[in-house]
Design a protein around this ligand. Structure first.
Ligand code: IVH
Length: 684
């Protein structure tokens, strides 16, 4: 076919293609164009004109082919010559340190390992196969052995080279397989979703889904219309070339024209990798694309080979996820909740979103200052984050998605529950309702009083407490103990049986330990842990009720683990005549405080003790565990030694467990650990 095309036309088309490919690379990969868009368009139009005039010129490698082609019936399977493995995960810098220790142990060599650390791009893994410098196949990871052939679609991505430079001079290997991530920039994602909203199409939940949805189109013309991008981070087969280091491969592949993430740190130490992990966590909000962690790889390829792979993943690499799990959604409303101590908390009502397996529809905005600092408005697109058991919070507004119709929110001048006045005390972040009879506060106090760590009254839940307070049956927690089954039966949907059950539960809750009783009272800053410390110190309830003098303040403040704020709060609680009357009523109505049996040992075992963490925890990340320990006055160390007091052991523990056993260090499983550190934060 090509034979009857005049030579000068062929030459002209080849020159245009080469030039367009170069400009394409400059524009999309290097972000450094040297010609105007108009000039580029003119050259492209010229190429398309030549190709349509001389159909024999047409080639899939032509930059003109990036617009997509005829739709497929289905995707064909594509075999990976080398398995596409996945990565082992870690969640904290301790996990990274443990990874480094595992490697040294496996290599039986204690010398420092040199690493490469890369942002973990949140997109879709692909393999690109080049034969003699031409893109032959692009495929998804699939099960690691066989993926789907998405070549037609990948060809449309401007950053993917269709022909490699240097082919003519023979620099390009016969077989080159590269692996990387296809992703979508967040601003592009926002634009795409805005356009979809305008035309009534369903929205993509996040950039990753948008990239995946765009790549899995049978019609590559649709893919071509989507702003997809690529970062290359690994090699498959590369014929005729032996790299000594991963970093050498990265710089070679970058020189060949592939996009390589500019943030990658090559040839770094463990300490530098740890520092980079912390840096990236801070940096992630400012990047134009989403990352969900950092990938650390042993740089030396000989060492990689010696370490080898497990069935699923290489031993020489680890994906360190960031501790908090994030998702994006929209703020549909902002409401104000009133807490137990009268603090007004702005809460964002969200379009429900799955954050790491939990459905989140509300997230705290903390207080007025925080809300102003983040400038969260009704209608805003935001990132929400959840870390362990902590209440989900709005971390950041995605400003690029503002349309201008968003509504700023102002804190109300009156309490949304009782309508009373609110104040903001100088030096405090919270705006408070000062009415202690405010129904919202009363309800929250009663719920707290009946909660698990307190009186633990089964069946006294949120709905019922609301009804009891709203109908005036209960106005303080002391009133719980005079509830009669016949009165309860009258309450909405409460049958005879459940009324009797509730009264029985109330009756049996009356005998209570000193620390639970103290916690139940709802004294500010007295969480379960502090209550335990106080109970251990005072031994009997009568003694603490009498604390109202300045001397008592000094005494409480001097208890290990109790600060001035807690001491002041305890004194002011027991000085308050209303509180004293409620406590008197509790006793009159049959509450019997039993001397402390569990916590007589005094301060929490966390205080001043050294903890080491190993293995994976199921209800929190290691970072969170560390924070909890530190908040309770303990220390966290990276390795077990004779100075270690406790080893917290999750699933799949490392060698620290053996070491702890050999040194007779006390070992805590996750439940036991939770018990020890729980209740630490107190109230607000
Ligand atoms: S290396 C054997 N590097 O994370 C090593 N992966 O489970 C193969 N990813 O499937 C992966 N950024 O989709 C590597 N800089 C990076 C990465 C990265 C994102 C993805 C990739 C992989 C998954 C790990």
């Amino acid at each position: 076919m090509t034979s009857n095309i005049p030579l000068e036309i062929e030459k002209k088309a080849a020159a245009l293609r080469k030039e367009l490919n170069q400009h394409n690379h400059r524009y999309f990969v290097l972000d450094d164009p040297v010609i105007s868009d108009a000039e580029y368009d003119r050259m492209m139009a010229e190429l398309i004109r030549l190709e349509s005039e001389w159909p024999g010129l047409y080639s899939l490698d032509s930059p003109s082919a990036r617009v997509g082609s005829t739709p497929l019936e289905k995707f064909e399977p594509a075999l990976h010559a080398l398995l596409m493995l996945s990565l082992d995960k870690g969640f904290s810098k301790e996990d990274l340190i443990a990874f480094d220790q595992r490697i040294k142990r496996a290599l039986k060599d204690d010398r420092q390992i040199i690493y490469t650390a890369e942002p973990k791009i949140d997109g879709l893994a692909v393999e690109l196969v080049y034969i003699n410098g031409r893109l032959q196949t692009a495929s998804t990871r699939g099960d690691g052995r066989t993926g789907e052939n998405i070549t037609q679609n990948v060809r449309t991505i401007p950053q993917v080279p269709l022909v490699l430079p240097g082919k003519i001079s023979g620099e390009v290997p016969e077989i080159l397989e590269v692996r990387g991530e296809i992703y979508m920039d967040t601003p592009d994602f926002a634009k795409l979703n805005a356009a979809r909203a305008a035309s009534g199409e369903p929205l993509f939940a996040n950039p990753r889904n948008a990239a995946a949805g765009s790549l899995r189109q049978l019609d590559s013309r649709i893919t071509a219309s989507r702003p997809l991008k690529l970062f290359v981070y690994a090699a498959g087969r590369v014929s005729g070339r032996n790299f000594a280091q991963h970093s050498a491969f990265l710089s070679w592949i970058r020189d060949l024209g592939f996009p390589v993430n500019p943030l990658i740190r090559t040839k770094i130490s463990l300490d530098e990798a740890v520092a980079f992990y912390e840096e990236l966590d801070l940096l992630r909000d400012t990047l134009p694309y989403e990352i969900d962690g950092m990938v650390v790889k042993v740089d030396d390829l000989d060492l990689q080979n010696r370490l080898g792979n497990t069935a699923r993943s290489p031993r020489w690499a680890i994906a360190l996820k960031f501790a908090a799990i994030r998702a994006r959604t929209r703020v549909v409303d902002i409401v104000v909740g009133v807490g137990r101590t009268g603090a007004l908390t702005p809460v964002a009502c969200l379009e429900p979103v799955n954050v790491g397996g939990v459905n989140v529809a509300r997230a705290t905005l903390h207080n007025e200052d925080e809300m102003a600092r983040k400038d969260v408005r009704i209608g805003d697109h935001v990132f929400v984050q959840r870390a362990g058991d902590v209440i989900p919070e709005v971390v950041k507004v995605i400003l690029s998605e503002r349309s201008g119709s968003e509504q700023p929110f102002v804190m109300p001048m009156a309490c949304p529950s009782c309508g009373g006045g609110v104040v903001r005390i100088v030096g405090e972040s919270a705006t408070r309702c000062l009415n202690s009879a405010c129904p919202a506060q009363v309800k929250a106090n009663i719920l707290h009083f009946a909660s698990k760590g307190a009186f633990d009254i089964d069946g006294l839940g949120k709905k019922l407490v609301e009804q009891l307070v709203d109908t005036g049956l209960v106005s303080s927690y002391a009133d719980i103990f005079v509830l009669k089954p016949e009165v309860l039966e009258d309450i909405d949907r409460m049958g005879i049986k459940s009324a009797a059950n509730l009264v029985a539960a109330i009756e049996s809750s009356k005998k209570i330990s000193f620390s639970r009783f103290l916690y139940a009272l709802g004294i500010r800053h007295v969480g379960e842990h502090v209550a335990g410390v106080l109970a251990g110190y005072f031994k009997t309830v009568e003694k603490i009720i009498d604390v109202s003098t300045d001397a008592s303040y000094e005494e409480i403040k001097s208890i290990p683990g109790i600060g001035p704020e807690i001491a002041a709060s305890v004194i002011s609680f027991f000085k308050n005549p209303e509180n004293r009357e409620t406590i008197r009523l509790l006793f009159e109505r049959g509450v019997a405080v039993e001397p402390e049996t569990v916590r007589t040992a005094g301060p929490s075992p966390v205080l001043n003790n050294t903890f080491v963490l190993t293995g994976r925890l199921s209800t929190m990340t290691r970072g969170e565990a560390k924070k909890m320990i530190e908040a309770a006055g303990g220390k966290v160390a990276g390795s077990v030694s004779s100075k270690t007091d406790f080893l917290v052991c999750g699933t799949e523990p490392g060698s620290k467990l053996e070491k702890a056993r050999s040194l007779d260090v006390k070992i805590l499983d996750e439940n036991k650990f939770r018990e020890i550190v729980s209740g630490e934060t107190g109230d607000e």
